[in-house]
Structure formats: structure tokens, C-alpha cells
Design a protein around this ligand. Structure first.
Ligand code: FES
Length: 148
């Protein structure tokens, strides 16, 4: 009985630890690139429906190639990618195959439906999508980017 109890407790401890790690990883991922970017501040919906991103609030955008999942811009799931020293591009995350929202995973946008992958600039990397992600109007205004 004691042996069983020890194993059971150890199993529970590992499970708890695994759960905590998964929770922290998820929270970190969301804070950097997920929907809670809005909750973290630095993203504001303007009166006309466009979205303003305050660049200094998102370290991920500090380097060229950095990408941030902003959330919805005029009902379109959108990411913002830094493409140059002072250039950015908004991307419509709806997969061009069948419109399922792509996720930012390990530096590429991956569609969970049928496996299409897109580069950070939105180009098709792996099908079945035939065309790249659509671009969202993007304007740099001072230390912000306006999307939509
Ligand atoms: S909807 Fe994205 S691969 Fe099919």
C-alpha cells in the first residue's frame, strides 16, 4: 500500500508540475502573440474600426521579422509583422484555402485545418493553400502602427 501511495503521490506531483508548466507556457505565448495582447495594453480600437498598435509595448516587434497576433481588425483576425527598420505589414490570418484562422507557431503561420503554412510575409510555404495571406492596410504613424 505504501509503495502504491508513494507512486500515486509522485504521479500527482508530476502531473501538477506538468500542468503548471503548460499553463505558464500558454500564458507566455498568449501574452506575446495571442488575443490577450489587447488585454496587456498597447492595442487600441479607433472610432473608425481601425486598430492602433503602440510599438514600444511589444518587444517581439523590436526586431525585424518579429510578429504579433493583434486580434481582430474590423472582424478580420490580424497579425502585424515587422518587415524592416521602420516598416510593418498587417496580415489577414484567414487561410486562403478555406478561411480557417492560422496560428503563429515557431515563426510561421500555420493553419490547423489542413496544414497550410505561410511565411511571416504571408507567402505560401506549404499547401493546400494556393495563394498567400492577404495584406491588411498598414500605416506607420510615429511610434504606432495603424491597421485596417
Ligand atoms: S483551411 Fe487552411 S489549409 Fe485548409
Amino acid at each position: 500500500m505504501i509503495f502504491f501511495g508513494d507512486n500515486y503521490d509522485m504521479g500527482m506531483e508530476i502531473s501538477r508540475r506538468g500542468f503548471m508548466c503548460a499553463g505558464l507556457a500558454t500564458a507566455a505565448g498568449v501574452a506575446i502573440s495571442g488575443p490577450s495582447a489587447e488585454a496587456a495594453g498597447g492595442i487600441k480600437i479607433l472610432r473608425d474600426g481601425r486598430v492602433e498598435v503602440e510599438l514600444s509595448k511589444f518587444k517581439v516587434l523590436a526586431k525585424i521579422g518579429g510578429a504579433l497576433v493583434v486580434g481582430n481588425v474590423k472582424d478580420v483576425p490580424t497579425a502585424l509583422v515587422r518587415t524592416g527598420k521602420n516598416s510593418y505589414q498587417g496580415l489577414d490570418l484567414r487561410c486562403t484555402h478555406q478561411q480557417v484562422t492560422s496560428k503563429l507557431v515557431s515563426g510561421t503561420f500555420k493553419c490547423p485545418a489542413h496544414g497550410s503554412e505561410f511565411t511571416k510575409t504571408g507567402a505560401v510555404k506549404i499547401g493546400p493553400a494556393q495563394t498567400g495571406l492577404n495584406k491588411i492596410n498598414t500605416e506607420v504613424v510615429g511610434k504606432t502602427v495603424i491597421l485596417g
